[in-house]
Design a protein around this ligand. Sequence first.
Ligand code: GLA
Length: 403
Amino acid sequence: MDGVGAMTQRGDARIRELKEAFPRAFGADPDGVWEAPGRVNLVGEHTDYNDGFVLPFALSETVQAAVRAREDRTVRILSGQQEDSAKVDLDALARSDALQPGRRVSGWAAYPVGVLWALEQAGHRLRGMDVLLGSSVPTGAGLSSSAALECAVGLAAAESAGIELDPLALARMAQRAENDYVGMPCGIMDQTASTTGRQGHALLLDTRSMQLEHVPLELERAGLSLLVIDAQAPHRLVDGEYADRRRQCEEGARTLGIESLRVLTDQGTTPEELDVSVEDDVVRRRVRHVLTENARVLEAAQLLRDGDPAELGEILNAAHVSQQEDFEITVPETDRLVETVLQAGAWGARQVGGGFGGCVIALVPQDAHEAVVAAAASQAERRGLEAPLMLTAEPAPGARRTA
Ligand code: GLA
């Protein structure tokens, strides 16, 4: 099991390795290394694009970008995790209409190139650079490896060109890259968690006003830990389903004659009232999830302010049921894993992230830790799989220059 100490040490080793690999790739030392974290979300799924509330925190797992500025406007990007590389001309990128089919870089490189595109489109003039990427954020696990990649490259590119971007502006650039370059209609949660995370704190974010509050998340002191466990579910049509949910929420808001589903929280609407006002069963359940999920976020934030994280368990459980029954974004593998860890003594558990697979988070009291880990491992074994990735999530700092 990963302790924080172990992770920090590994983090330092990763940076050293990246700095050593850089001259082999590009023939000279890097000017610096920037990194941006993945995130877990305590609660608040699919509320961000509904102007709602979320409560994520940044992880110790990061994407790192080692960068050396060039004299021209060429950007070359290599990744320790990928075989192919990307090469783009910033002038061409600044002029390009990425929304035209066939104009974009595809695959993993769309994320870093997309953020350069967004910065240039916003009028920032970047410098050419050689970029070598490293990552410790598991991919496809609902831990926002893509937001980490966008934010690491965005921050490195901006600072290498002497551009000062505040963390929220950087998050917006990264979201624009993902929405308009990659083509994934995500909200602003992941990028904001990655740029504004604070050690030892979760982030209560109002995605409408973009007001943030860092609330202390002191699990260890309460004898608890938050385990992240990969459910090892095969990938399903995630992007299409995500966009569908978004459309259904918009339809709900239209039906109710409100600007966004967040308004229901402001108005103090009750779930029962929705039964009369939204006729379509699917849309009503989607709306109900968003309404009850916003309430869960606010309740969870209050528990943390009161120093009472043990009570989070109930909220996680209710959130999972809502994702399962009302929003329909869980899969049998995550449902089963949630049941298994609860039976083994976790106080609460739910699927985390955009959905349709990925990881489960579990709130685990110290004395049940071993039993929960063993139960998750033996469930995987029964399925003929290797022990799943498990890590203890600890709130870590947001995007920064590290070397
Ligand atoms: C993905 C998106 C986020 C958010 C979550 C669901 O991670 O990138 O904006 O909508 O799904 O809460």
